[in-house]
Design a protein around this ligand. Structure first.
Ligand SMILES: Cc1cc2nc3c(=O)[nH]c(=O)nc-3n(C[C@H](O)[C@H](O)[C@H](O)COP(=O)(O)OP(=O)(O)OC[C@H]3O[C@@H](n4cnc5c(N)ncnc54)[C@H](O)[C@@H]3O)c2cc1C
Length: 478
């Protein structure tokens, strides 16, 4: 089956999955008020690949059928450039507000399959073969994946990762005739209500854990025993004028419980194999997936710069402090663009013929973003001030008596009351609504907190030259 359409995606959501939002177990995901906006938006993402087929689709190397370019296993710098164009096009759809459009996991699994040699170690040859076969299925059936790679938090004093055996954490219970039974919990599956399948793979090494916790697999979200407990919805079911983002971009986040779930043997990529679990993510995963996430982040920063500039212009706000704050967002966007460019320029073969970006600029950028995104929101709210809240609704603007008054009393510089309301509503939905708050939390944490990322920068970045520059003075004859 080639790349799916939006209609096919929506049809496939009705599969009996167990999704809880608030106190409600939801059966019709595509129709439920808390989920329908994002379901429709994701359908538009599936349609987008056909509308922009020249950028987003490519022939499957074996079957010739059209598949999404995000499934490409990069074998050259040109492949990375081709992927860049497709990822950028998808990021533009939600201006980076949906972090987990399916291309995120497509890129992840293309990377895993490209480095299947890293998975085929320590007796895990069959797991690696399963993974390669699954990645082809993912691409050919255009499956939307959610993922959960982080252990449930109960008592951090015991450590971030399981030490020995911990019955709360996802673990293998037993072998069955067709696979294994797993049980336990994981956080935090973004996109879960809208995904076809869920992926489990290592988030970080856990050297002291019992092997039963060392698992990787993909299974359908409607697998018996699999339960998704979503956070409260931040979707607002008005219209795209009043809530341009909350009406469609709440991609949801779910706590996941595996309550005695059977994983078919052919879907197992790591079966209680600690050595493989602790090594597969070390080399290529980061520079591979960072291309997707940083293109998304750069797109969002550039949008934020445009938005902030337009609201300042709409009310004639041009004093030096405003220009400086706008310049700050421009700087973030440009640094992000430059980091992605540098990473792609420095791309290289990592092993097994697979190419990925130079990790260094992306390590630095990822460490900066958890601080930059909250600052961007702060700037837009400072510039917008009360104007973020003087935003008549659609009904007020279409009221025949009210509209002339609104056009008289609430225009902006060169724009009427409707355009002004549209603009400031966009800025409020970006920075002030419940969706905006969730999105800020996402940017702060989705790939580790700022502390964790800065520690990684200090640990992983190459320091030879930095040391040499200092040593010159240390070793100088007095
Ligand atoms: C909106 C959202 C969506 C998410 N979606 C997914 C998903 O789809 N799939 C998935 O698997 N996970 C997802 N996650 C979870 C995400 O993987 C974790 O949030 C991430 O791994 C960070 O872990 P943590 O939240 O426990 O925070 P931590 O990184 O543990 O940070 C918590 C606090 O401890 C401090 N800290 C921790 N470690 C260090 C350190 N080494 N140095 C300095 N300070 C430190 C931090 O500064 C911070 O204040 C999502 C999270 C959010 C918020």
């Amino acid at each position: 089956m080639p790349a799916r359409t939006g209609a096919q995606f929506l049809r496939d959501l009705a599969d009996g999955r167990e999704i809880w939002v608030g106190g409600e177990k939801i059966s019709a995901v595509a129709e439920h008020p808390a989920l329908t906006g994002a379901a429709q938006a994701l359908a538009e993402v599936f349609d987008l690949q056909h509308q922009a087929a020249d950028v987003c689709l490519m022939p499957d190397p074996e079957t010739g059928e059209q598949i999404n370019v995000s499934h490409i296993i990069p074998r050259s710098a040109d492949d990375l450039q081709r992927r860049h164009r497709a990822l950028e096009r998808i990021a533009e759809y939600s201006v980076g507000l949906m972090g987990r459009t399916p291309d995120y996991m497509n890129v992840t699994y293309a990377g895993f399959a490209g480095r299947c040699d890293e998975w085929a170690v320590n007796g895990n040859e069959v797991g690696a073969e399963n993974l390669v076969r699954y990645q082809k299925k993912l691409a050919r059936e255009d499956i939307a994946l959610t993922h959960t790679i982080v252990h449930a938090t109960v008592d951090l004093a015991k450590g971030k990762y399981p030490v020995g055996f911990d019955p709360v954490q996802l673990h293998k219970v037993e072998d069955t005739a067709h696979g294994i039974i797993v049980r336990g919990a994981r956080i935090l599956a973004t996109l879960a209500p809208f995904a076809d399948e869920i992926a489990v793979y290592p988030g970080a090494a856990m050297p002291d854990a019992a092997p039963a916790h060392a698992l990787s697999f993909c299974i359908p979200v409607n697998s018996p025993g699999l339960k998704f407990i979503c956070r409260d919805s931040v979707a607002v079911n008005t219209n795209r004028f009043e809530h341009p983002f909350s009406s469609r971009f709440d991609e949801q986040d779910a706590f996941v419980i595996f309550d005695n779930v059977e994983v078919p043997r052919e879907r197992l990529f790591i079966d209680a194999n600690l050595a493989v679990y602790n090594s597969v993510m070390k080399t290529t995963w980061w520079p591979n997936i960072m291309q997707q996430t940083m293109i998304r982040a750069q797109t969002k920063l550039e949008f934020a710069w445009g938005l902030a500039s337009r609201i300042a212009e709409a009310i004639g706000m041009a004093q030096p402090q405003t220009q400086q704050m706008l310049g700050e967002i421009a700087m973030f966007a440009e640094f992000a663009r430059a980091a992605v460019f540098a990473a792609e320029q420095g791309a290289r073969e990592y092993g097994n013929g697979m190419w990925a970006c130079d990790a260094r600029p992306l390590i630095a950028l990822r460490a900066a973003l958890p601080a930059w995104f909250p600052r961007v929101n702060d700037i837009i709210r400072q510039i917008g001030a009360h104007n973020l809240l003087t935003t008549p609704a659609r009904a007020a603007l279409t009221d025949r008596q009210l509209r002339p008054l609104l056009d008289l009393y609430l225009p902006g510089v060169g724009i009427d009351a409707e355009q002004r309301s549209r603009l400031f509503r966009m800025a409020w939905d970006f920075t002030g609504t419940a969706l905006a708050s969730r999105n800020e939390q996402y940017e702060r944490f989705y790939l580790g907190s700022i502390g964790r990322n800065l520690t990684m920068a200090q640990t992983l970045l190459e320091r030879t030259r930095a040391n040499r520059l200092v040593d010159r003075f240390l070793l100088e004859d007095s």
